[in-house]
Ligand binder design. Structure first.
Ligand code: AHG
Ligand code: MN
Ligand code: MN
Ligand code: MN
Length: 337
């Protein structure tokens, strides 16, 4: 047969990130590399719990409600604890913001580093019990002044993030990361316990054929959104209508959008005045990745990464994906006819 022997030169996530660091020269301290290593470990730890959830009584409710008024699942709480513990212990963090915690955690001085991590420990909670893809989303800021640590350090536009990424727990665990020089995807090789570079330099196709919205909310959508959806479902011949794909886990819907192209949307509407998705730990990291992959992320009228947050759990309208598809959507906001 003409099968190639297995590669003996694997590019692991750690190796890849270290390489980046070495390119920065002696000025780089390696702190971000160590922080990303800590995040990697949390992803492996959460991935193994997700796999075993059904077997070790990890499905179902935890019995508490979070600040968003959502019933927390056992895996939401466990994933949050895994991340808080690992990030604090890394010694590289100053401020932590989690979907599951009402207040930001200010890391005590003896464990304090220079980075702030905002995260959604477990995204797609409603899909857990059905075994459908879920994930973890994170964004990283660097404090302005060394030694400082306050909530102000994360109330900054998403464009100031130094890195962002997510891990999707699906048929395999996939970690997708940007440190501001493009986007790379890694797949967990469970037998090695390492994330291996499998998707170098991800670029979103300029146009896709898929739209991803919870159209069950269409009666609440604002006119530009419904007019746009109509335009892709009933195009002028000979154009073909778009396909619909909606998983209900942002991580999975965005992952597919990055790889296949098209548009993902969770707009604000007549019922949810500011939309549903949270700016700091859902919209910003995904907008950062989308732009780094050559796509667009907008509220419909404003670049998401330009928003200056005023609260850690604030929400925002989100449309992201292929450049041409998102531009088509934005036209309906400019000229609602
Ligand atoms: P989370 O599970 O972290 O609370 O996030 C849920 C979010 C996001 O994953 C998804 O895009 C969206 O909620 C789905 O909402 P609907 O069920 O309203 O479609
Ligand atoms: Mn939630
Ligand atoms: Mn989420
Ligand atoms: Mn969540």
């Amino acid at each position: 047969s003409n099968e190639e022997p297995p590669s003996t030169d694997l590019i692991t996530l750690t190796r890849h990130v270290l390489n980046d660091q070495m390119r920065l020269g002696p000025a780089a301290t390696g702190d971000l590399t160590l922080l990303l290593t800590a995040i990697q470990v949390t992803s492996k730890f959460i991935a193994t719990n997700v796999r075993k959830a059904r077997l070790i009584n990890l499905v179902g409710l935890a019995g508490e409600t979070n600040v968003q008024g959502e019933d927390q699942k056992k895996l939401d709480v466990l994933s949050n604890d895994i991340m808080v513990n690992a990030l604090r212990a890394s010694g590289k963090t100053a401020v932590l913001v989690s979907e599951e915690l009402e207040d930001a955690i200010i890391i005590e001085e003896k464990n304090r580093g220079r980075y702030c991590v905002v995260f959604d420990p477990l995204d797609g909670s409603s899909n857990i019990d059905a075994g459908v893809n879920i994930g973890t989303i994170f964004g990283i800021y660097k404090v302005d002044i060394d030694g400082s640590a306050s909530v102000q350090d994360v109330l900054r536009p998403g464009s100031e993030m130094v890195a962002a990424g997510y891990t999707m727990y699906g048929s395999s665990a996939n970690l997708v990361l940007s440190t501001g020089q493009g986007v790379n995807g890694y797949t967990l090789d469970a037998s090695l316990g390492e994330f291996i570079l499998t998707h170098p330099d991800i670029q979103i196709p300029h146009r896709g054929k898929i739209y991803s919205f919870n159209e069950g909310n269409a009666m609440y959508f604002h006119p530009p959104v419904n007019a746009y959806l109509k335009s892709i479902k009933y195009p002028a011949p000979p154009k073909a209508p778009y396909s619909s794909r909606y998983i209900g886990s942002m991580v999975a819907d965005v992952h597919r959008t990055l790889l296949y192209g098209g548009i993902f949307g969770y707009p604000d509407d007549k019922k949810s005045k500011n939309g549903k998705l949270r700016l700091l730990y859902e919209a910003f990291p995904m907008a950062f990745l989308t732009e780094q992959a050559g796509g667009i992320a907008t509220t419909g009228t404003q670049r998401i990464l330009d928003i200056v947050p005023t609260g850690i759990h604030q929400r925002c309208s989100v449309f992201l994906g292929s450049k041409e598809d998102v531009q088509d959507l934005m036209k309906f906001y400019q000229d609602p006819s």
